[in-house]
Ligand binder design. Structure first.
Ligand SMILES: [Zn+2]
Length: 279
């Protein structure tokens, strides 16, 4: 089977070291299999604000040396159907659902978001770094918003299917969402891609890197004189490789680090997160 991977940035902010780590893993995995790599802008929620940020993200990816073979249409230009997927309408707030007061799964409401009626029972999948997993999905994610617009959990699965993506390589924060995605593939009667969840990078505050960790954005590092090789010297050990060059020939999913790591605001070091929950 010919490998097709994807880089799928969300244009909600500039790329940071955590994105570089996840996209670096996706690039190495596809290139090590002599596969194709797609770029897909996942901009369902960004509206018009997306364009300048998406442009900057493409520029950052190129600066890092993460070339892609083809850019497929962004999510905002695509249509998504719920055909073949069991759903129910639910207008409950998050607080109501957390308190166990949502009965929409049984009552067949006519208002609110469309949620995935996740089939009961275990699903199994194999993560190329974490190994075989047996999990019981407990979430009924939103697939379509009350206004009819597609939500990310629907879009990502349908896009990976129509783009012919054979492997998903992404950050470890999404490992917990994978069982539900596998259940969605099963409802559609389709084969899942292979999965690889890389290590997760946190800021010094112990939170996932985001816009609030501006000093770890690639733009900020570039402004401080960083070269791409310095990014890879910092990050490649987490992917089982040594920097400063990306070497797809030596990539081995089993050597990718598991768990969570902390990068300091200056990008001087990456250390294991002591309170790691052991992803
Ligand atoms: Zn409900």
């Amino acid at each position: 089977m010919h490998v097709v991977g994807r880089l799928a940035p969300t244009p909600s902010g500039h790329l940071h070291l955590g994105n570089a780590l996840a996209f670096g893993a996706a690039w190495l995995s596809a290139r090590s299999a002599d596969g194709r790599l797609l770029l897909r802008i996942e901009d369902l929620d960004q509206g018009r604000a997306r364009d300048p940020i998406a442009r900057a993200q493409r520029d950052d990816l190129q600066w890092l040396g993460l070339q892609w073979d083809e850019e497929v249409p962004p999510q905002s230009t695509r249509t998504y159907t719920l055909e073949g997927i069991p759903t129910y309408r639910c207008g409950c707030s998050r607080a109501e659902r957390l308190a166990g007061r949502c009965r929409c799964r049984e009552t067949q409401g006519t208002e609110g978001a469309w949620r995935f009626k996740t089939p009961p029972g275990e699903v199994t999948f194999t993560d190329r770094t974490h190994g075989p997993r047996v999990e019981t999905p407990t979430e009924d994610p939103n697939l379509r918003r009350p206004d009819g617009g597609a939500a990310y959990p629907l879009a990502v699965v349908l896009d990976d299917l129509r783009d012919g993506v054979t492997e998903v390589v992404r950050g470890g924060d999404l490992l917990g969402a994978t069982a539900t995605q596998v259940a969605l593939y099963q409802c559609l009667g389709r084969r899942t891609p292979t999965w690889l969840h890389g290590p997760l990078l946190l800021g010094e505050d112990g939170k996932k890197l985001s816009k609030s960790h501006g000093s770890t954005e690639l733009r900020a590092l570039r402004a401080r004189g960083w070269e791409p090789g310095r990014v890879w010297e910092l990050l490649l050990p987490l992917l089982g490789l040594r920097g400063p060059e990306l070497d797809s020939g030596a990539f081995d999913p089993e050597r990718v680090a598991r768990g969570t790591f902390v990068v300091d605001g200056e990008g001087r070091s990456v250390t294991p997160h002591t309170a790691s929950r052991g992803l």
